[in-house]
Ligand binder design. Structure first.
Ligand SMILES: [Zn+2]
Length: 147
């Protein structure tokens, strides 16, 4: 979903790649942190959708990328990464477990639209792709050939 948004915004290939990396970053961070524990899966389940899924980090990252401090290419990649991670947290907001309201608090926010891995989750993803495809024109998801 992040890639579709970045593509719609006319993002460069490096920004799209960074967006993909950002879209898996919150879960990858949780896996990395849990990897040090003796009972990794139990540690992951406890950590998952904690501080790494607080959208404020990723909004701050995106805002910092807009300041233009690093230069056009690094800023576009940092912005793509942050938007990818932000889209991940927004999709997790739709699940029953939700995301934290504050980075280290117990209170959570959830739209309770679907459970992770459920048919509804895949249906939402399919509808998002169809809406994007219709909004961008039917060739939006196909590679554009330049002659
Ligand atoms: Zn997640």
């Amino acid at each position: 979903m992040a890639l579709m948004g970045l593509y719609a915004l006319g993002a460069s290939l490096p920004a799209l790649c960074a967006g993909w990396a950002g879209s898996i970053a919150p879960d990858a961070l949780d896996r990395r942190l849990a990897g040090r524990a003796f009972f990794r899966q139990r540690a992951f389940n406890k950590l998952h959708r904690g501080a790494s899924h607080w959208p404020g980090w990723w909004l701050l990252g995106w805002a910092a990328s807009q300041a233009g401090l690093l230069g056009p290419l690094p800023d576009s990649m940092a912005g793509g990464f942050a938007l990818g991670a932000l889209s991940h947290t927004l999709l997790d907001l739709c699940t029953t477990r939700g995301i934290p309201l504050l980075p280290f608090g117990k209170k959570r926010a959830s739209l309770r639209i679907c459970a992770t891995g459920s048919f509804a989750e895949y249906a939402i993803l399919a509808m998002t792709i169809i809406v994007f495809w219709l909004a961008m024109g039917r060739n939006a998801l196909l590679p554009q050939l330049q002659v």
